[in-house]
Design a protein around this ligand. Structure first.
Ligand code: SF4
Length: 335
């Protein structure tokens, strides 16, 4: 079975500084595949600079990998034919953090919903188009009569975000990349929006890559979790065991910080201050790790497979076998 989306050693570095000589690694080589026959919700968790948004942008074809490839149904997303690109644009949808940027303030919100229906010829008649739009709005908990005919500024942030989810739903995608979709809405709406995503996954078999800094919502909504730290995978596996019994000291730190952190506060902010001191050699987490050993400063840990459905990049688990290249999808139950 050809994967719907596949990353093959996808790596991203950015150049900067004088004459572009400074290179920042945004994502170390990553290989994983999303199988259309095994829809999953995969949470990608990490602080700012962890590589999670780079991963989203690579999958969406918004940036090109520096090395490796991103494939859609076996084809390089940057070399798709016109027909393949249309297929990709319909079946790989995005929901971003700030929906307001997507709206044109001069158009009623109907425009943002009817455009994809027209563009992808989803409806046979005008009445059918309206019915589909109304159904999609109801699916995310909105009443069409209260939404249609309004301008973006007349709606709340939560309503605008739910319209974006409805818009994605209209296209009947196979995968949704949801990049911090609830970080700008209040706690009560967070549950509604995440509930809509979960329902879409369960009823329509849509895979969702849920990108977040919030481990609590990741646990609430996801089947599998990928914890990124400074452009590399720190830990991966089924969400329940990873969150209940984390193997990597970084994941342990994240989980330990949940009870004392407000849901409005991004724990990433304070942690990012310390990142600058981290050595480029050895384990990337060594300077902050309470369990660091001498070898952690000079060697980079492999991703060790601690159980069938789990792996952690930490020398504390060096007695386990290193996860073979390309096997991350198995640990995440994607393959
Ligand atoms: Fe900590 Fe060493 Fe494990 Fe890195 S490899 S997380 S420094 S114990």
């Amino acid at each position: 079975m050809t994967a719907l989306i596949e990353l093959r050693g996808a790596t991203k570095t950015f150049s900067g500084g004088v004459l572009g000589r400074e290179r920042t690694i945004a994502l170390e080589p990553l290989s994983l595949a999303i199988d259309p026959e095994r829809p999953r919700i995969i949470a990608v968790v990490g602080e700012s600079g962890s590589g999670k948004t780079t991963l989203a942008r690579l999958i969406l074809g918004l940036i090109e990998p520096t090395e490796g490839q991103v494939l859609f149904k076996g084809h390089n997303v940057h070399a798709l034919t016109s027909a393949q690109r249309g297929d990709f644009r319909q079946h790989v949808q995005a929901v971003f953090q700030d929906p307001y940027e997507v709206y044109n303030p001069f158009y009623r919100v109907d425009h943002v919903l009817m455009t994809p229906v027209r563009k992808f010829r989803l409806a046979k008649t005008r009445a059918d188009a309206h019915r589909q739009v109304a159904d999609a709005l109801r699916a995310v908990g909105l009443q069409p009569g209260e939404i249609l005919g309004r301008y973006p500024h007349q709606l709340s942030g939560g309503q605008r975000q739910r319209i974006m989810v409805a818009r994605a739903l209209l296209l009947r995608p196979r995968v949704i990349i949801a990049d911090e979709p609830v970080s700008m809405v209040d706690a009560s709406l967070r549950a509604t929006i995440l509930g809509s995503l979960r329902t879409m996954h369960e009823e329509l078999g849509i895979s969702i890559l849920y990108i977040t800094h919030d481990l609590a919502t990741a646990y609430q909504v996801a089947d599998s979790i990928l914890v990124l730290y400074r452009a590399t995978v720190a830990e991966a596996g089924a969400v329940e065991p990873v969150v209940k019994s984390p193997r990597h000291p970084y994941t342990q730190l994240l989980i330990g910080s949940i009870p004392r952190v407000s849901t409005e506060r991004n724990w990433a902010t304070e942690e990012r201050q310390e990142d600058r001191r981290i050595s480029a050699e050895g384990c990337r987490f060594a300077e902050r790790c309470p369990k660091a050993m001498p070898r952690c400063l000079s060697a980079t840990p492999a991703l060790f497979q601690t159980e069938d459905n789990r792996a952690a990049a930490c020398f504390l688990h060096a007695d386990a076998a290193a996860l073979p290249a390309g096997q991350l999808s198995k640990v995440l139950a994607l393959a």
